[in-house]
Design a protein around this ligand. Structure first.
Ligand code: DAH
Length: 327
């Protein structure tokens, strides 16, 4: 029995030295430690009593020696397997990492935020108004009655619900703001997307942002409109910039103007504006004999186009990364 234990230890150590994988090691370990040694120790009971202590003692020693040997060899094999994997495997740990793409704001969003921030610094509050409007608020309450030819200025997206449309400009927000605040004075801007049923081409899109402005109070005059718009233009485009007011017509303002700034290639229109029409003030809940106001509407995308010499407005909403990544 002692001889059997000694042989088992010698054979196992030899096999352990020869094997090269963790799988082989696990198989050998369970065969020897769980199987053969346990079997021998269990059979001690059938030996003559005087032989039992020596066999028991040697059995335990062999088990301890082998356990230590297995543990040591396991470490070696794991290290070897790792080294082999690194050498043969597809992972080249010396390659540089893949660069992480950082996102950025859309050029239109950047201009929009710039415009909004200037108005906020000038004391205007941002008022958000709905994109889906009713025909009345988009037109009639702004002094553009049904069937009036002025409606031709805005090609409209109608919906299948009677009277429900996509707003063609941010001006209907004026009505919502006035009805919420009347008879308090108002100084708000209304930024947002507007929609037009346009034949899309390089200079026409069917959606774009506008920034509307509305000031209502007692004794608001044309000179307030002019001073405010010039102050904005100087902040946005630089204090040297010349600003020009041209007579125009909008149904919701009287008188109406268009505002241009001087660019490198002549004058450039940046906004429509005017003194709020008495009918519109009344529709908003203000008595036009006591209150007056001015309003304006600008399209920041046009400014972005010119600033970056973008030759086609359709690039804006196509989400082509080759375009967007240039900003
Ligand atoms: N709503 C006009 C448009 O979409 C722009 C505009 C002009 C707004 C004059 C105004 C304004 O508030 O006073 O073409």
């Amino acid at each position: 029995m002692l001889k059997r234990l000694e042989d088992l230890q010698a054979d196992t150590l030899a096999e352990l030295e020869a094997l090269t994988t963790m799988d082989e090691l696990r198989t050998l370990r369970s065969r020897v430690l769980k199987g053969e040694i346990t079997e021998i120790l269990r059979s001690i009971g059938s030996l003559p009593p005087e032989e039992r202590p020596a066999v028991g003692q040697l059995g335990n020693e062999v088990r301890q020696t082998l356990e230590a040997a297995f543990a040591e060899r396991e470490e070696q094999i794991k290290a070897e397997e790792l080294a082999r994997e690194l050498e043969e495997g597809a992972i080249d740990v010396t390659l540089p990492g893949r660069p992480v793409q950082t996102g950025r704001l859309h050029p239109a969003t950047r201009t929009l935020r710039e415009v909004i921030n200037i108005w906020r610094e000038m004391g205007f509050q941002v008022y958000l108004s709905r994109d889906v409007e009713d025909d009345d608020t988009n037109f009639t309450l702004l002094n553009i009655p049904q069937h009036h030819p002025a409606r031709d200025m805005w090609d409209t997206f109608y919906t299948t619900r009677d009277g429900v449309i996509l707003r063609t400009h941010t001006s209907p927000g004026q009505i919502h703001a006035m009805r919420e605040y009347a008879p308090e004075p108002i100084r708000v801007i209304l930024p947002g997307m507007v929609y037009r049923y346009e034949q899309v081409d390089a200079t026409h899109e069917m959606q774009f942002n506008q920034v509307e402005g509305l000031v209502v109070g007692r004794n608001i005059r044309m000179s307030d409109l002019k001073g405010t718009m010039i102050a904005f233009a100087h902040r946005m485009y630089g204090p040297e910039r010349r600003v020009r007011f041209r007579c125009s017509h909008f149904p919701f303002t009287e008188p109406s103007v268009e505002i241009d700034i001087e660019g490198d290639n002549g004058w450039l229109e940046i906004a429509g504006a005017g003194m709020v029409h008495p009918v519109v003030l009344k529709n908003g809940g203000y008595d036009p004999r006591e209150y007056s106001g001015f309003a304006f509407g600008m399209g920041p995308e046009r400014v972005t186009l010119l600033k970056h010499s973008i030759e086609d407005i359709r690039y804006f909403w196509q989400n082509d990364l080759r375009f967007l990544e240039q900003f």
